[in-house]
Each structure stands twice: as C-alpha cells, then as structure tokens.
Design a protein around this ligand. Structure first.
Ligand SMILES: [Zn+2]
Length: 168
C-alpha cells in the first residue's frame, strides 16, 4: 500500500527512482524519464540529492520543464536540496529505454530514437524503419516536425506519416 507519510523520510536511491516514474516528458506524456533511461544516477547524502540527467534532446524546450519537475518531485519526498546535473558522457542511446518506453512509443506511432553516433549527420535519418509496418522504405518529410524534438517521416510502403526523435 502506498503511504505518503511513510514515503517521506525514506530518501533513498530507490524511493527517488520510483518517484521519478511520475515525471514525464511533456511531449510524450505516457513515458516516464526513468523508462526512457534519462536518469543516469541518483546520489543521496544527508537529504541532499544529486541527479545525473541525460539531456538527450538538447534544445528541446521541454528540457527546462523536465528538470524543474525532477527537482519538485524529489523535494516533495523531503529532500533539503536537489541538484540536477546534465550528463553528456556516455551519450544516451536507445538501449537505455526499457520495454515499457518502447511499447508506449510504438502505441504513439513514434519510431524509437536511434543511438546517437559520435558525429551527428543527417544519415541518422536515412532508412528509419516505419513503426507501423516495419518497412525500411521511408523518407524524411520535414526535419521540423510538430515539436522541435521530432522530425516527420513518411512510409512509402504503408503510406502513413510517422514521427521520429531527432538525435540531438
Ligand atoms: Zn509503414
């Protein structure tokens, strides 16, 4: 049974990670940042918390809101101070997503993000498999999709548009 007063005062790596399950990317409201693998580490010492956070979608306007949500969520557990550190090494890859995140993205019709290569080129966007039919016969329609974090693609096989994450 979940009990708020019991949750308070038990500031551990585990309770913090569990609490962060409620923090979502506002653009992907069904997936938590934990499921996306964006939390690299959590350190707790004397009610002071440090979070290593991978800012995968740099320049994404949601980034600041997400960091603020992380701080507020951990403060609600009784932390005295919360630091969110942006961590760029090792770079985030799609391997860090769990199955729940993959499933949620599939249901939204969003292709899972690709591993970020050492050097970002537009080649990342070539031959992205369609999330609906799996075909590799796809093309990028518009680098500037409905949000700044995603690009629009079109599947030549099932003739459906879909979205994909920009690598940065
Ligand atoms: Zn398709």
């Amino acid at each position: 049974m979940v009990n708020d007063s019991r949750e308070k005062g038990r500031l551990t790596r585990e309770t913090i990670l569990a609490a962060l399950e409620t923090v979502k990317d506002p653009e992907i409201p069904t997936v938590s940042i934990v499921d996306l693998g964006l939390i690299y580490d959590v350190r707790v010492k004397d009610e002071e918390v440090e979070v290593d956070f991978a800012p995968t979608f740099v320049g994404c306007p949601a980034l600041h809101a997400m960091e603020q949500a992380i701080v507020e969520r951990i403060q609600s557990l009784g932390a005295r101070s919360v630091q969110v550190r942006r961590v760029y090494r090792p770079p985030w890859t799609a391997d860090r997503m769990n199955e729940r995140a993959r499933q949620a993205l599939r249901e939204l019709g969003i292709a899972p993000p690709r591993p970020v290569p050492a050097e970002i080129t537009l080649a990342v966007f070539e031959k992205l498999p369609c999330p609906f039919c799996g075909s590799n016969d796809t093309r990028m329609e518009n680098l500037f999709g409905p949000t700044s974090c995603r690009a629009l693609f079109y599947c030549n096989t099932c003739q459906q548009p879909f979205e994909a994450f920009k690598p940065l």
